[in-house]
Design a protein around this ligand. Structure first.
Ligand code: ADP
Length: 380
């Protein structure tokens, strides 16, 4: 029996709000999405009230999850400052597991006087290092790089997970060919899907691609926090997070709130993309996340027939940029038909051609990343 929106509303009517009214009468609920037993909505309150509402969010989530026919309930508390209002108290730190911290009470990444960004980043139990793969804009091959880098790290003997946090356009289901939905364990945590020896989670497993578009603004952070902390990742050396492209507020909040050990920036050699990459770099530096290095993707064109190399984009820009900015250069990946075809058929090139030249490049990039994370992995 699948649950209906009406049943969800009836259940929420029994949850009291801090205003002394039923949650359904408090004028704080977003539209409720119910698909195949999966329930998503947000509670939108003023940042000043966020603390009082966290408990209500948790109660609402427990109540909805207990409804027969509900497999997943994701309820985000979004706390926005009223325009022109006084600065709100900073939100409570994220709970170690199983909940969502009020999303972005901070329109500013790190308002003066607020706690240091690092203070809010509770480590994720069992995961030694979380790293981000980011790009200043879409279409540069960030997701392809994230997945193949994850596989390269796996080939080095590490236990690796991949979180597709590109909530605006999750591409990991396509890149991995995964069509199943995650199951829940006894603790009601989602079990990541296992493919190619990686633990994989994507919002794309839970909602249709067009539904993913509803995750806008502060909800993005809440949904991602939940995917980080409400998933039974198990023991991992590295969790690779495929970030949403760009350097806007959502990305900044993410970079600030996810306990990142470092970030890899993917760029193409074109000038425009490099400018975007520079913005990405500045974003991570602003929130004290070490940049592990820059990857130049689609660095040169390699003819699939004769193997001739053509530097059609004036290759080498990212290497020079990395040198100029004093961050490591991690490697260059050619624009090659095999990489595109493998990606788009759900069988990434490191997996489909493990002895080929491309797999070797991704493993070499993986080795440089691992070198920088060694301290974190060894300590765990
Ligand atoms: P992003 O995550 O930056 O939006 P994707 O990883 O989805 O980008 O890649 C965009 C497109 O480019 C996909 O069709 C992918 O197969 C292709 N692509 C990515 N990297 C390469 C490459 N090095 N060579 C050929 N095609 C690539």
């Amino acid at each position: 029996m699948s649950v209906t929106e009406q049943q969800v509303l009836e259940c929420l009517a029994k949850v009291m709000s801090p205003r002394g009214t039923a949650l359904t009468n408090a004028n704080v609920l977003s539209a409720i999405t119910v698909t195949d037993g999966k329930v998503f909505f947000s509670i939108n309150v003023d940042a000043a009230e966020a603390r009082a509402w966290e408990n209500v969010r948790a109660q609402a989530e427990t109540a909805v999850r207990a409804l027969p026919g509900v497999s997943v309930a994701m309820i985000a508390l979004t706390a926005e400052r009223k325009a022109g209002g006084a600065a709100a108290a900073p939100p409570p730190p994220p709970r170690p597991a199983g909940g969502v911290a009020p999303a972005s009470a901070h329109r500013h990444p790190h308002p003066p006087g607020a706690a240091s960004p690092m203070a809010r980043q509770a480590e994720i139990p069992g995961i030694s290092a979380v790293i981000a793969v980011a790009s200043g804009k879409g279409g540069v091959g960030k997701s392809t790089t994230a997945l193949n880098l994850a596989l390269g790290l796996r080939d080095l003997g590490l236990r690796v997970g991949l979180l597709d946090a590109d909530i605006y356009g999750p591409s990991v289901p396509r890149l991995t060919g995964i069509r199943e939905k995650p199951q829940l364990n006894d603790d009601k945590k989602m079990i990541p899907l296992n493919r190619f020896g990686l633990a994989i989670m994507s919002i794309g497993f839970l909602v249709e691609e067009d539904t993913a578009m509803i995750w806008r603004g502060p909800m993005v952070m809440s949904a991602i926090t939940q995917m980080l902390r409400d998933v039974a990742w198990g023991t991992l050396d590295v969790l690779v997070v495929d970030m949403p492209p760009g350097t806007g507020d959502a990305q900044l909040t993410l970079a600030q709130n996810v306990p990142l050990k470092g970030a890899v920036i993917v760029s193409t050699p074109q000038d425009l993309s490099l400018i975007d990459a520079r913005r990405g770099l500045a974003m991570f530096q602003k929130v004290n996340v070490p940049v592990l290095g820059i990857v130049e993707n689609m660095s040169y064109f390699q003819c699939p027939h004769c193997g001739t190399r053509s530097d059609i984009f004036g290759h080498g820009g990212a290497r020079h940029e990395a040198e100029r900015l004093g961050v490591p250069f991690l490697g260059e990946i050619p624009l090659h038909m095999a990489i595109r075809a493998a990606s788009d058929s759900g069988n990434p090139v490191v997996e489909s051609e493990p002895d080929g030249p491309h797999a070797a490049i991704y493993r070499a990039i993986g080795a440089k990343v691992r070198e920088q994370l060694e301290g974190a992995i060894a300590a765990a």
